[in-house]
Ligand binder design. Sequence first.
Ligand code: FES
Length: 263
Amino acid sequence: MVKSFQSDATITCNQQIQGDYYRMLLQAPDIAAAAKPGQFIHVQIPEMEHRILRRPFSISDADPANSTLTIVYKVVGTGTAQLKKMPPGTQVNILGPRGKGFSELPTDRRSILVGGGYGCAAIYLLARKAPIPPLILLGGRSHKDIIMVDEFKALGCEVRLSTDDGSTGEKGRVTLLLEKALTEFPAGRIAACGPVPMLKAVAALCDSQQLDCEVSMDSVMCCGMGACFACVIKRKASNQQGWTYVRACQEGPVFKSTEVFWD
Ligand code: FES
């Protein structure tokens, strides 16, 4: 059982990265100390209190020494539009860390981390804690969706890019980069976060080569506590016949690629 904390966290920074992408730093000592790569926090956005629901955000970084949590978000609706207006000093109620994160990366071989759009936020802490700097593959629709490149490079990671329109990096899907990288060296593990179709393609590629792969499933969440079942995904039944529903907020959001029943 994951130990979680509820905290009135103070925003210390809330800055635009580029376009619709923002980075927020929060003072939350207990959550920063407990956070693991791939976990998330559930944020109550004050202007939305009447709606009760919280919004989930992947923990992009956690610095227990400074009691700081980092999230990276894209403005996609009313909740995130409110979030971007919050100045430093504002308090927000957050719950976390929640969910099952990524496993520790192997110590003997370089791993490959794949991020689609703001999915790169969920793999940053994993890259920072990696025993060997992993190869980072970032994909997006266009150059506007490629973020955090310099942050990954500052960790000593090699970073390769792809965009659907070819405006930066290779033209095409990020799975093309993965396909090529898998011919270059034996990866310790592949870990991915991004849109479900991207995860499905990553899983198909890795499963066909029997590679160790984990995916962070993007799912609609309401309670974030395992109570409402809004976040369910299909997991293969243990006898490999059919599937059962599991809660992404509780049993995930990170799953082995071979566990997921891909429709
Ligand atoms: Fe309610 Fe997962 S969000 S059970």
